[in-house]
Design a protein around this ligand. Structure first.
Ligand code: ZN
Length: 241
């Protein structure tokens, strides 16, 4: 099957619309969302309205968790905390309930799906290095775990005691291999490439494709400024950092 995995939309309607239009063309058999529907961006409700009917299932992200009041905001930086409070005020009751019901982790199509890490989903750790990936490899069964959270698309492959890392956009998976795959962020890429990111996965052919799409960054940034959210959150979209 041809599957699509999106993550870290962060209330960015312009980026989400562009990704959904691309998915209209590619017509995957199913779509999964790895969380962070909201937070930072100015269109939290609109993003849930558009994405929810398109996905088969989803897990919770740390910004979803914060927006429904389950996270103490002391751990957030100033801009993220302001955005989380703003998002909490904006969210409709229905969307609050929707986010609240999301699980922390789910098995999907033979893979493990989790926003941050399989070892401790609710601790919201990041997997940024091969050493961190080695540690996380012990905490899931089977060949594949898909994550988001860092907004850095890329793939760690188990390799003896030291995972290998690649940012290759297209990859064919070894049938014997084990992988931890970060699908990147739709609404706030941080790898220096400001284009929206998501992942296509063909589970029969064992192929991964990290898709990047230019979108209306100015439109998303203008919406953030108009909402009175921190200007930094509008600026960083242009840098992709
Ligand atoms: Zn995120």
């Amino acid at each position: 099957m041809r599957l699509a995995i999106v993550s870290d939309i962060h209330g960015n309607l312009e980026a989400l619309d562009t990704v959904l239009a691309d998915l209209d063309r590619r017509k995957p058999d199913a779509i999964f969302c790895l969380g962070d529907f909201v937070g930072y961006g100015a269109s939290p409700n609109e993003c849930i309205v558009k994405l929810r009917p398109r996905i088969e299932a989803a897990v919770m992200g740390n910004h979803d968790h914060a927006a429904i009041g389950l996270t103490a905001l002391e751990g957030f930086n100033h801009e993220a905390a302001r955005a989380a409070r703003w998002t909490a005020d904006e969210l409709t009751r229905e969307h609050h309930e929707y986010l609240r019901a999301l699980p922390m982790t789910l098995p999907w199509r033979g893979a493990v799906m989790v926003h941050a890490t399989p070892s401790e989903p609710e601790a919201w750790h990041y997997v940024l290095s091969p050493a961190e990936a080695d540690f996380e490899m012990k905490y899931f069964e089977g060949p594949l775990c898909f994550i988001g959270h860092s907004h850095y698309p890329g793939t760690f492959m188990a390799h003896g005691s030291r995972s290998l890392y690649t940012r290759q956009p297209k990859l064919t998976l070894d049938p014997e291999g084990r992988y931890l795959v970060n699908v990147g962020s739709v609404g706030q890429p941080r790898d220096g490439d400001p284009r929206a990111a998501y992942l296509m996965w063909d589970d029969q052919r064992r192929e991964l494709e990290h898709v990047r799409l230019a979108y209306d960054i100015e439109g998303a940034a203008a919406r953030i400024r108009k909402a009175g959210l921190p200007a930094f959150l509008a600026e960083r979209l242009k840098w992709g950092e």
